[in-house]
Design a protein around this ligand. Structure first.
Ligand code: ADP
Ligand code: ASP
Ligand code: MG
Length: 450
């Protein structure tokens, strides 16, 4: 079997769903299972309802919810077989409306936000399952929530892989054996008690990989709106080129440092079984895309020692300066224990003799972290920063690379530099507003202007 995951833009409207049907129909012989995201923009729209609830505007809430329902209605209206899905969406939206109305004027709890945010996938999957059936592709809508059992860290829940593996085989295996195309939801899960959770923004890729690993898929296809994994985000660098192949490690580094095309955890479940991921453009299914696999033949991009550049905004740098760090063991451990206690992820670390700089993305939990770090030394933070990451194979063995990078980055100022232990990435921090320019200049330097 294979897993085909379709992101938001690949189910954005009726034309996109028709393309999806064509892609799935062509793969019928390979026993495809479909994982879908919400229609493009719907997750943001649902999260916007939480803001409307807090603002206390009942009318604003009603009209925003109605607009979401209408959007599904109009897509379904153009797709034979999708009609019944609309009734489900309407009924669902109605019960959402009454529970949200009861919360007007207050901030939704994280569990309530996850429940709300997950509706987009429930709706899109109904619509796609119906439309596939209408086009003569026998499909079965499958609820992922009893399969994707997770902990209760709402907004970034972790799946229980053993349970998931068993349930996926029990619930989805028989559908495939019956010759049906199961259509299920990315992004969402539920606790063992059935409380809805989400895996974090962009999490549908991770869902697809987990299901692929559980069912021993031949490959996991990630259908999106670009030609594959590229030398940079084509929205920032129009001349970006598509990588024919990538290793799991490269893909994970690029995703961690901002290449939104893949969720950072996607490769993880697939590494052990060596299942390939193929990133493909749903508007150009004729193109080969990028194959991510362990034995990938990694081509050099021209004569460039690097293969891709990514960047991530919204970063805060925390600096800790402690003279007693000099020669003292246990200091770094004490520092990391603070981050661990507050469950804050550190992306980049650079340390000098008496100071350490770290980057974090999660501003929400910053304050208690900073307060506790103050017990270890002088602490200051710089926000509105971006991480730029240059990824390649064997970067460390390339003489003069660092100076070439820093020449290209000028006149932007580089603040924290770190080279990963894996030797495949070099990462540094710049001011957020400098990010796109830095990425463009690096791309020109290493891949030419176009
Ligand atoms: P989907 O809705 O299909 O999951 P996403 O919006 O999550 O799609 O990811 C696709 C987007 O990722 C592209 O439109 C592109 O702008 C962005 N992107 C960022 N970095 C890269 C990269 N290195 N290669 C390809 N796309 C990238
Ligand atoms: N719909 C979710 C989001 O917008 C999950 C995904 O697209 O992967 O984050
Ligand atoms: Mg995505």
């Amino acid at each position: 079997m294979i897993v085909c995951k379709f992101g938001g833009t690949s189910v954005a409207d009726a034309a996109a769903v028709r393309r999806l049907i064509g892609i799935v129909a062509e793969r019928r012989g390979e026993r495809p299972l479909v994982v879908v995201s919400a229609l493009a923009g719907v997750t943001d729209g649902l999260l916007g309802l939480a803001t409307a609830v807090y603002a206390g505007g009942g009318a604003a809430l009603d009209s925003a919810l109605e607009a979401l329902v209408r959007r599904h209605e109009s897509v379904a209206g153009e797709l034979p077989g999708a009609g019944p899905a609309v009734e489900t969406v309407r009924a669902d939206a109605e019960s959402l409306r009454s529970s949200l109305s009861a919360a007007l004027g207050r901030r939704l709890r994280s569990a309530e936000i996850d429940d709300l945010a997950g509706h987009g996938e429930l709706w899109s999957s109904r619509l796609v399952a119906g439309a596939l059936g209408g086009a003569g592709v026998l499909s079965a809508w499958a609820d992922i929530r009893p399969i994707m059992v997770t902990d209760d860290r709402f907004g970034r829940a972790t799946p229980y892989v053993q349970v998931l593996n068993t349930r996926a085989r029990e619930c989805l295996g028989p559908l495939l054996e019956d010759g049906l195309v199961p259509v299920t939801q990315g992004f969402i899960g539920a606790t063992p008690d059935g409380v809805p959770t989400t895996l974090g923004r962009g999490g549908s890729d991770f869902t697809a990989a987990l299901i692929g690993a559980a069912l021993g898929a031949g490959r996991v296809e990630i259908w999106t709106d670009v030609n594959g994994l590229m030398t940079a985000d084509p929205r920032i660098v129009p001349a970006a080129r598509t990588l024919a192949a990538a290793s799991y490690e490269e893909a994970a580094e690029l995703a961690t440092f901002g290449a939104k095309v893949l969720h950072p955890a996607t490769a993880m479940p697939l590494v052990r079984a060596g299942i390939p991921i193929v990133v493909l453009n749903s508007t150009r299914p004729d193109l080969p895309g990028t194959t991510i696999e362990p034995s990938a033949e990694l081509e050099r991009m021209g004569d460039s020692p690097i293969r891709s550049i990514s960047w991530k905004r919204g970063i805060t740098v925390i600096n800790v300066r402690a003279p007693r760090m000099l020669g003292a063991y246990g200091f770094l451990r004490a520092m990391f224990e603070v981050f661990e206690r507050h469950e804050v992820v550190v992306d980049v670390l650079a340390s000098g003799e008496i100071s350490v700089s770290l980057t974090v993305e999660d501003r929400a939990r910053l304050e208690p972290v900073v307060r506790e770090l103050t017990e270890l030394g002088e602490v200051w933070t710089d926000d509105a920063r971006a991480i730029v990451s240059v990824v390649g194979i064997g970067l460390r063995g390339t003489p003069g690379l660092a100076s070439r990078i820093f020449r290209a980055v000028q006149p932007a100022n580089v603040e924290v530099i770190s080279q990963g232990a894996s030797a495949i990435n070099m990462t540094f921090v710049v001011r957020e507003e400098d990010g796109p320019g830095v990425v463009r200049r690096l791309h020109d330097e290493f891949f030419g202007a176009g």
